[in-house]
Design a protein around this ligand. Structure first.
Ligand code: 2DT
Length: 212
């Protein structure tokens, strides 16, 4: 049992615009951590497997319409329904690599014009990440990467607003990663930061709550 001495896993979030490379990097980081002896698991939000997640998914595919506030609260509820599972995994020594989190929640809704403080409120008290890796790429460059899929938010003008909204959310837990480079070079930038974070958590850094 990795946790018999009380050491915990790290909560690490990857954020960024659509097509910034988050999803493939998340998978690589989980593999890398495991190779180095840190048990790790991948989470992603929205988690489309739950009942709430299915409502979100249908909205994103434009199979259903929802008021902007309503869908914002569903995204938040989708994180809350995973909170206790995430906490128990962390406490058992597993590092979680999370593809999108509350920052996506606020940035995408704020880009639609919702008030930022209103957007943050429902996520207050979720587990606070130990590290946020922001995969930084210009909206123009991201849009050139194989084109966007058909989902609701995958449009250049909207992504520009999301990029602006993300800037307001930066705090001390954020590290800005240049995501315009090759897959290997992007991973290389994150590896050391990630391992430092995993060590600090293993050595007893306590979990805290988001935005409180
Ligand atoms: P993926 O393409 O990564 O599955 O994301 N989104 C995500 C929100 O608007 N609010 C949220 O809270 C989260 C987690 C970002 C699907 C889209 O959903 C957006 C892109």
């Amino acid at each position: 049992d990795k946790c018999s001495n009380g050491s915990r896993g790290a909560l690490v979030v990857l954020e960024g615009l659509d097509r910034c490379g988050k999803t493939s990097q998340s998978t690589r980081l989980v593999k890398k951590l495991e190779e180095l002896g840190y048990p790790a698991e991948l989470f992603r939000f929205p988690d489309r497997n739950t009942v709430i997640g299915k409502m979100i998914s249908s909205y994103l595919n434009s199979d259903s319409q929802l008021d902007d506030h309503t869908v914002h609260l569903l995204f938040s509820a989708n994180r809350w329904e995973k909170r206790s599972l995430m906490e128990s995994k962390l406490q058992s020594g597993i590092t979680l690599i999370v593809d999108r989190y509350a920052y996506s929640g606020v940035a995408f809704s704020a880009a639609k014009g919702l008030d930022i403080e209103w957007c943050k409120a429902p996520d207050m008290g979720l587990l606070a990440p130990d590290l946020v890796l922001y995969l930084d790429i210009s909206p123009e460059k991201a849009s050139e990467r194989g084109g966007y899929g058909g989902e609701r938010y995958e449009q250049l003008e909207f992504q520009k607003k999301v990029a602006q909204a993300y800037q307001v959310l930066r705090d001390a837990s954020w590290k800005i990663i240049d995501a315009s480079l090759s897959v290997e070079d992007v991973e290389e930038q994150m590896r050391g930061i990630l391992l430092d974070c995993a060590k600090t958590c293993r050595n007893g850094k306590s979990l805290s709550q988001l935005w409180l």
